[in-house]
Design a protein around this ligand. Sequence first.
Ligand SMILES: *Cc1c(COP(=O)(O)O)cnc(C)c1O
Length: 384
Amino acid sequence: MDEKPIDKHIILDELNELKDLDHDYSDGRILGSMCTKAHPFAKEVYYKFLDANLGDPGLFKGTKIIENKVIESIGELLSIEKPYGNIVTGGTEANLMAMRAARNHARKYKGIVDGEIIVPQSAHFSFKKAADMLNLKIVEAKLDNYKIDVESIKQLISDKTVAIVAIAGTTELGLIDPIEEISKIAHENNIYFHVDAAFGGFSIPFLRDMGYDLPVFDFSLEGVCSITIDPHKMGLAPIPAGGIIFRKEEYLDVMAIDSPYLTVKTQSTIVGTRSGAASAATYAIMKYFGKEGYSKLIENLMVNTKFLKENLEKIGYEVICEPELNLVAFNHPEMETHKLAEELEKLGWKVSVAKCPVAIRVVLMNHIKMEHLKELVEDLKEIF
Ligand SMILES: *Cc1c(COP(=O)(O)O)cnc(C)c1O
């Protein structure tokens, strides 16, 4: 640290210079991110609540009411009347909370000490972190056409299983697992079932209402115990904003730790001091858009998705699977994928390569406009 105070302008100059090294969503070149530019109104609200600490809700009663209201609104979107949960830093923390709830619940009610979680091969890497921290063993369910093979889950269930995980909107391909079938299996076997809808949570409900043929993934299925849903992806809330919603209060109770010096007696979240700004901004943007606003937004992303998919096929690229959400993954039969990614990087695109299957993945987020897609298709044509 410097010995003497430094003038604000000098500090800002230095920071701005470094910020210039960052990529900006606005130029439409970031192809693989699941986050995007937050809505200006959400940012404005975020700033107002920067000091609100939901780790000590007795001091920030108003902000705590806002968090409860957000959880209720998200709950409504996910077909549950009385949801429990929190706005957290993102999908990773939400998944960690879900796995912790499942582990503690199984420990308390079934006496399982060295638990296992059944997770698809397509799962987000956050489950590896959760397993590591919670001392759980990951048992990987096989895929069938890039979605969980339900038979594989049946075979993997054991008396150590503390949770089954399925995904509504996979990170690599944007696909939705057969959640209804898995929910039945979990329910019949009395096993905790978590749905990771970090990516798909803010789009599938609207798309279904618009008549898109997508499967049910939410609390209307009796086996679903918790759902991860990220406002900072398609919800257009500023980062960090993730959501974890539980069906029953007892899942929060089994995680409760005494918090002696605070205004509340116990805490179930992983972090202590935590952002009230994320809740306020998420509340604001959900009100501001309404179902109508989100429907329009998502529909537009699906139009872009269709445009990209069809044009890729026209110019000789192979699309891995029919997109279910706003994500297109592709290859070219005559070029190795990493080489193709390099070529695109040379042309100024920020490219992401999926691992399973190896493919270039484009997440059609709100910052990628039609004009950018046309440029991308032109560049892809040029490469050959
Ligand atoms: C993005 C994502 C996550 C992780 O969310 P973060 O907000 O990056 O922590 C988890 N699961 C799925 C399916 C995701 O798409």
